[in-house]
Design a protein around this ligand. Structure first.
Ligand code: LLP
Length: 406
């Protein structure tokens, strides 16, 4: 946990907007999973799409984490950061032939989520080792846009297609070393995790897939976003997961590795976006606090209607009032919070937006040509790494350079 006083200090030192991450919390989350899930062959492949900050990734690399990657860019970046290829799994969707060849040549495990790709592999790459992504047929997640199970989504091979899968695997003499499913992000019910596991384990028989080395149950572990939201009891969930997996491996006849690919759980709560309020305005019924960041820098409220907690660091004891906390982008939807009660906000106050560690910077962009904020990573109580982001002038020059147009 980073104290509010420390956040204010960092805002002063580095300026705002600024992302701040607690590296120690990320490491703690990683280690906690091994405590929660008592399975001797557990591997955690952090979903780096949640936050690809290189300093955070370095901490996780040194702690022994693996990675879930989803594009050739992520794979190359991970290798450049020194992650061993054996610790990386590649789960692209709708990849091109060129992407497939590129990642195959890099030597990481490919997770294949469509019959069409499987047929191409059987034809052109007989004998290779692959993982197969199935659609667990369970719908859960924190928003409609983040549920990945069920046949209304584009993900994975349907469980019903297992015979067709077996035919293609035989045809290409492929070695299926892993099976994978991912149910969604921010899973609301422990029961969904168990059901998805059960559905995947049901097809993971030695008759169907004799060469299995691991089962990968994806990510999706939820963390609270609202102040009154209950924390999931991961101790009992972890014990149940381990128990079910052990029963499965006993039946399968061999001990297999169990993979999970958490993103949000590992980094969401470790991050804050610090912004400064520069304009207060009353528009008849609405009190508007306008600040120096906007939805391209933290898009979750706009995209998923997500709730992110906000603290007024500069005036924590101010008389509560109800605000729309808005950004600096020329769009009406550019709000971090609507009708939110907060301690009185004055111009130049610093606000901290919580749970900004996952899917905030990584989903960011430079719409309206506002550069992405800097990032500071704390570790062992000290600043472990920091960058200030680009200035507006550097951003302008970079775009002109990229376009070779000056
Ligand atoms: N594995 C696979 C194959 C995935 O597609 C994902 C997330 C994960 C693991 C990690 O899921 P997590 O543990 O982070 O829930 N942008 C959205 C979340 C999208 C998740 C996409 N896939 C959000 O901000 O809520």
């Amino acid at each position: 946990m980073i104290s509010h006083a420390r956040l204010l200090e960092l805002a002063r030192e580095y300026g705002t907007p600024l992302f701040v991450y607690d590296g120690d919390m990320v490491l703690e989350r990683y280690r906690d999973l091994f405590r929660f899930i008592p399975c001797e062959k557990l591997r955690i492949c952090y979903a780096m799409k949640a936050n690809y900050n290189p300093a955070l990734l370095t901490l996780l690399r040194d702690a022994g984490a693996g990675l879930d990657t989803v594009s050739p860019g992520e794979v190359l970046y991970a290798l450049k950061l020194g992650f061993p290829r054996e610790r990386i799994i590649y789960t692209a969707n709708n990849m091109t032939d060129a992407e497939f060849e590129q990642v195959l040549a890099l030597g990481v495990t490919m997770n294949i989520g469509s019959l069409s790709r499987l047929a191409k592999i059987a034809k052109h790459h007989p004998g290779i080792r692959i993982c197969l992504r199935f659609n667990p047929d369970v719908c859960d997640g924190d928003s409609e846009k983040t549920m990945t199970g069920g046949d209304l989504t584009k993900f994975g091979i349907l469980l019903d297609a297992v015979d067709e899968v077996r035919r293609l695997v035989r045809e290409g003499n492929l070695r299926v070393i892993g099976l994978h499913e991912h149910t969604g992000s921010g899973l609301q019910h422990a029961e969904s995790v168990y059901r998805s596991m059960a559905n995947l384990m049901a097809i993971a028989t030695p008759e169907n897939f004799p060469d299995l080395e691991f089962l990968d149950f994806g990510g999706g572990f939820k963390v609270p976003y609202k102040p009154d939201e209950k924390r999931i009891d991961y101790v009992s969930m972890g014990a149940e997961i381990a128990r079910r997996f052990e029963a499965f491996t006993a039946k399968y006849g061999r001990k297999l590795d169990m993979y999970f690919e958490p993103g949000k759980y590992m980094v969401a709560e470790a991050g804050y976006l610090l912004v400064e309020v520069n304009t207060l305005k009353r528009n008849r019924t609405r009190l508007i606090a306008g600040c120096n960041s906007g939805f391209p820098q933290l898009i979750r409220p706009v995209l998923y209607n997500a709730y992110h907690q906000i603290w007024n660091l500069s005036n924590p004891c101010g008389t509560p009032q109800v605000y729309d906390v808005c950004g600096n982008i020329c769009e009406t939807g550019d709000r971090f919070a609507e009708q939110r009660e907060l301690p009185e906000i004055r111009e130049y106050d610093i606000l901290a937006i919580g749970n900004a560690g996952a899917y905030c910077y990584s989903m960011g962009g430079v719409y309206n040509l506002r550069p992405m904020p800097g990032e500071v990573i704390l570790h062992d109580g000290k600043v472990f790494a920091a960058h200030r982001g680009l200035t507006s002038e550097e951003l302008a020059d970079r775009i002109l350079e990229e376009n070779r147009f000056k």
